[in-house]
Structures are given as C-alpha cells and as structure tokens.
Design a protein around this ligand. Sequence first.
Ligand code: FAD
Length: 502
Amino acid sequence: MSETAIIVGAGIGGLCTALTLAPTGRSITILERDAPPPGDDPDLVFQEWRHTGVGQLRQSHAFLARMRKMFKRDHPRLLEDLLASGVRELPFQSMLTQAQLGSYRPEPGDAELTIITSRRTTLELVMRRYVETLANVTIRSDFLVRRLMTAAAEDGVVDVRGVSGECGGKTETLEADIIIDSSGKSGFLIDQIKEESAHYAEEQESSGILYFTLHYRLRPGMDEPPRLGNPPATGDLGFLKFGAFPGDNGCFSITIAVPEVEMELRKAILDPDFFHNLTLLLPGLVPWTNADRSAPVGRVHGMGDLISRWRDVVVDGKPAARGYFALGDTLVRANPLYGRGCSFAAASAQLLLATLEESADPTARALAYHKRLHDELRPYYINQRTQDRSAIRRARQALTPGFSKSVRARIIESFFEDGVAIAVRNDVDLLRDAMRGFHMLEHPNKWLGRPRNLAKVFYYWARGKKRNASAYPPKPGPERTEMLKALSLNFQSDIDRIAQGA
Ligand SMILES: Cc1cc2nc3c(=O)[nH]c(=O)nc-3n(C[C@H](O)[C@H](O)[C@H](O)COP(=O)(O)OP(=O)(O)OC[C@H]3O[C@@H](n4cnc5c(N)ncnc54)[C@H](O)[C@@H]3O)c2cc1C
C-alpha cells in the first residue's frame, strides 16, 4: 500500500510539496486553516480572499528561476495555466543594460534564468486550482491543525503519527505515515517538537528592515514603461531600498524597504499619499507611478517582524522527530528582499521527495533530509544573513553624524560597488554566472570563486571609476536629508536618537 501524507498548510510550501509528491502515487491530504479562494478571477481573489494565515499575501512577490524551473520541468501544464491567468515570465534578456544588449548573444542556458512574476494571490490561486485536479490530492479548507499526535520512543525521539484539529466546529484526528509541516512563518506545530525533544535548535535575528507595499493599476491603454532608456526601477539609497514589481492583468506594485532605525519614515509611509509622493522623488519609479501611466490602489500594506531564522530538527546527529518534516518558512526564513522564500519552499519540497524515495526508514529519512537542507539551502541563508548584517551597519552609520569608515571597510565596499557590481553590469557572461547563484541554480558564491570570473572583477576594479563611468547606473534618488525635507519629515530626530545611544 502506498504511503499516506498529511500536509499542514496550503500555502506555497504545501502546494509545492503536493506537486512534488503527487506523481509518486502517495495519498495526500492538505489541511488548510483558511477559506478557499472566493472565485477564479485574479482581481476578485486579490480584493476579497480572506487568507490571514499568510500575512504577506498582498506584499510584492517575484518568483525566482529555481521555482519556475521546477514548474516547467515537472508540471508544464501548471506553467501554461499561470501564463493564461496573466502571470508573466521575465527573461534573462530583460535584466541586461543597454550596453550589454548590444553585445548580447543568446545562449541555451539563458532560458533557465527566466523568472515569473505576478500578484502573490494570482500565483497561489492558479497553483491551488492545479493541485486540486491531481487525483491523489485532497485539500480540506477551514481545517485548523492544533496539535501533532506524538508518541515518545525509548530513544528520546518523538514519533509523529498524525494531527488533530478543528473543522466546522468539530474536533478531528487524522493519522498518516508522514506529516509535512508547511504552516508558514507563524506556524506553531514545530513548538511542540521543541517542547517534546531535546534535539531541536533554532537561530534567529532581525533582517533590519520593514516592508511597505502599494499596488498600482495601469490606466486603460497603458503598458509598463520600457526597462531600457529609463533609470533602474530598483535601487538602494542606504536609508531606503525600492523596487517596482511587475504584476498580472495590468497591475504592478511598488515596495519600499525602510531600515528599522528610520522611525519617522516608517510611520509616515503608511499614508498612501505620502508613499505615492515618495515614489515621485525616485527617478526609477517615476515612469511607473506618474499619474498618466497608473493610479495607486488601496492602502499601504506594511509588514515588520522580518527575521532571518533557521531551525534544525536534528542536533548532534540525532533527530528530534520521526515521520515529521518541516519546510518553507516554518524551517527557514530570510529577508524578503532577496525573493527566495518561495524557492526555498519549492527546493525543500524537492529535497524531501529525494529523501523519501531513498529510504523507508524514518530515522534515516530525518537525518538525510537534514543533511540535504544543510548542503543545499544553508549556503543561501548564510549568504543573505551576511548581507543583512552589513546593511544594518550601513543604515546606522547613515544616521551617525561625522561617521567615518575604516580603510578596510572602504576597500571592501569599493570591491563590491566598483568591482563586482560594475563587472556584472559590463560583462554578460559574468551576469549569467552571478544570476545562477542568485536564482538558486548553483551555490551562491560559486560564480565569484571561479578564477576567470574573479580576474574579470579585478580587471574592472583596477580600471578605475573614470574608465568604467558608463557602467555606473544613474543616482537612484536624493540623499536622506534632501528627501526627508522634500517630504516635510523631521530628518534630525532619528539622528539625535542614535546619537543618544537609543
Ligand atoms: C513581505 C514579504 C515579501 C516576500 N516576497 C517574496 C518574494 O518576492 N519571493 C519569494 O519567493 N518569497 C517572498 N516572500 C517569502 C514567501 O512569502 C514565503 O517564503 C512563502 O510563502 C513560504 O511558504 P510557506 O508554505 O512556508 O508559508 P505560507 O505560504 O505562508 O503558507 C502557510 C500556510 O499554512 C496555513 N496554516 C498555518 N497554520 C496552520 C494550521 N495550524 N493549520 C492549518 N493551516 C495552517 C496558512 O493559512 C497558509 O496557507 C516574502 C515574504 C514576506 C514576509
């Protein structure tokens, strides 16, 4: 008889797990606390879906090549359904600068670097409708899982045999051979593992930013602005980062990430008029948000508690649980700026499949899954955390009067800004390699470790700013004081607060 699996949560991780496990013939039940989408129209679903289990539902999302690759290879019909619903593919070519386009010759691997982009509600709606058609998968909505059904074994490992929860006012207990916990960033089932076993470890720290998103709709007859010939629609001013996210069906969104220490800005930006006016001070966003092209829709969606978190359910070679597998945000969370969360979830579902197919022994499975996660996903987590720590330092420095960087810090900064970034903006092959790491198609640091690539970076760095001048992007926006003044904000109060050591 084939195995039975319960998946907790029909978010991105739960749906990806169903996609990967369904072809193996396992009998799969997905339990989801929230109501199903209220229809099939992406606009209606965006406006009306009450899906509070996903706090980031209406935040900007883009989906990396890693996730698209999985759809295209294993579920091409899903990719077709997504495109038919207005989800968009952005090819590698769309990332090139004007100068790079001149010398660009397509290569077979370029297609793999395509990303998909849409409102998150649209992607989740279409994924869910597709999963609903899979013969051995059942989705039960309005089912809140409250507890794991566990038994303590003599070896100190918790055996997980099922779940209990509430549906339609009734308590239900369901058993299965494997329980997959994809209940997202606020999922609490893993706390039970933590309480019942000693072989659990967790690390977490703030990613240092808050996210603010405002959606826009293109006016009738208008298209998105061309990428070439306009300043980049993403940028980093040190005291804020911004980006335009192409959406589906005439929609796009703007996200502004504000460092936690910028108290004045983070309060004011919740006002949609303030947010919109801020976009008009950023040359890369003006072509998108000017009144001739588009109009803002609804409120500003703000989000805090953006932590980086890694959890281990195996410690010192011993698993905390058997028959229990956590994936997606329950397992690893990272700064959303890198857009990797959904690909983390998709990749961990693939690692889980490889693990389950390799062995039927529950202990061996727990250990093998843990090893795969560490080998394949942890390097991305570490890479992002390192970048976050440096961004947090820079944000505080921006508020510290008279702050002067050490020589070492200046050299490192120059290596990345005047060497790596400029080389990648010049050389298409370098960009290709860098993107493979960014999109989780290979180890994030591998491209820079290749001697040929490093030599190119040093070449551009050594050439100096003058000879590289044409590769520098235009200034993304005003300095902090200038911008805060233009927005009638007190630019001094956060500086004073930091000076007082707060
Ligand atoms: C602001 C922000 C922006 C982001 N932008 C991007 C991006 O651009 N690209 C990207 O790839 N990722 C992005 N992410 C990350 C991405 O949203 C998550 O990594 C992804 O949704 C994780 O999938 P998941 O299945 O683990 O969790 P979710 O997708 O959150 O799904 C969890 C599901 O479990 C259900 N659930 C929870 N508890 C229970 C329970 N007890 N019983 C039953 N059901 C339950 C919830 O209702 C929900 O449906 C962003 C995250 C944030 C916060």
